[in-house]
Design a protein around this ligand. Structure first.
Ligand SMILES: C[S@@+](CC[C@H](N)C(=O)[O-])C[C@H]1O[C@@H](n2cnc3c(N)ncnc32)[C@H](O)[C@@H]1O
Length: 287
């Protein structure tokens, strides 16, 4: 049984859009009183560096998983950009960037990020990843960071990525890993079983409630995937590499953040565990 399957629906996409427009993803505690100045965007970057040590040691963000040296002068599509931090890295790397998000709020914030950094050249526009308006074989590289798991028709979005990529082009995505400490222990067992939430909520509702937007009562849709499901999703692509990543924090805080016995484990073991039961899937594919 797949807990995370939801019916494909325009209605759900509308709800997803409405929710993210009201709650833009800033990695900060307060999403409601945003002053989008230079410091606001740098603050987001600092959180990303701190919370995703597997992705980079500093700028450019995601440099441990994206080879920016290959993207100079290339056509890049950045999907589900939120406040535009990935878009900024691509622009600085000299790529020709088209950046999309479902919500006007994200588009406004991403444009503001470019403006306060005096960056030009990116085309930033509202679009639905499930129905891209770009021609076939347009892009050399596509990134979908933390977004494919929030849309009802992820299968369609992945086939759209395939369609708009040039032959030999690459795409990468960040999605959530189902067989992770985060899903099974902290959410399913911690919230669902120990707190009895499974009496009133489905596993899918638990996932929506206790992942992104947990401080805002949860978002409309967050799906977790197994490696097998990812392989099937990206099966059209010539190659598909999947890595599991995380910070060591969820392991440090095991069994509970008030009893963080996980901190006693050797660093190398903790690091290895992040590659087995971490929350983050990094998917790298080639058309
Ligand atoms: C968790 S946020 C991630 C934002 C950004 N990638 C980041 O890491 O900060 C998810 C983003 O995906 C966008 N999104 C959701 N469904 C989408 C769709 N069908 N097409 C394009 N963007 C979508 C949301 O509006 C939101 O900005």
């Amino acid at each position: 049984m797949n807990f995370f399957k939801e019916k494909t629906s325009d209605e759900l996409t509308r709800k997803v859009k409405e929710w993210w427009n009201k709650n833009p993803f800033t990695y900060l505690m307060d999403n409601q009183h945003i002053i989008p100045d230079w410091a606001f965007f740098r603050n987001i970057d600092r959180k990303i560096i701190k919370w995703m040590p597997w992705a980079q040691k500093g700028y450019p963000l995601l440099s441990s998983v994206i080879d920016y040296s290959k993207l100079k002068g290339k056509q890049v599509l950045d999907i589900g950009i939120g406040t535009g931090w990935t878009t900024e890295q691509f622009v600085r790397a000299g790529a020709h960037v088209t950046a999309i998000d479902l919500t006007p709020q994200a588009i406004e914030l991403a444009k503001k990020r470019m403006e306060v950094n005096h960056l030009t050249g990116a085309t930033i526009q509202i679009a639905d990843a499930q129905a891209l308006l770009f021609a076939d074989n347009t892009f050399d590289y596509v990134l979908a960071f933390g977004t494919l798991m929030h849309m009802p028709n992820t299968e369609k979005a992945v086939s759209e990525i395939y369609r708009v990529l040039k032959p030999g082009g690459r795409a990468a995505a960040m999605m959530y890993y189902k067989h992770s400490l985060h899903w099974w222990y902290y959410i399913f067992l911690g919230k669902g079983v120990m707190r009895g939430k499974l009496f009133t909520m489905t596993p899918q509702e638990l996932s929506n409630r206790y992942t992104d937007g947990a401080y805002e009562e949860g978002n409309q849709l967050t799906k977790f995937y197994s490696k097998g499901e990812i392989r099937r999703l990206f099966s059209k692509f010539r190659s598909c590499q999947i890595h599991i990543y995380d910070a060591t924090t969820p392991i440090d805080h095991f069994p509970h953040r008030w009893l963080p016995l996980g901190k006693l484990l050797p660093e190398r073991l903790k690091y290895w565990l992040t590659t087995q039961i971490g929350q983050t899937l990094w998917i790298d594919v080639e058309k």
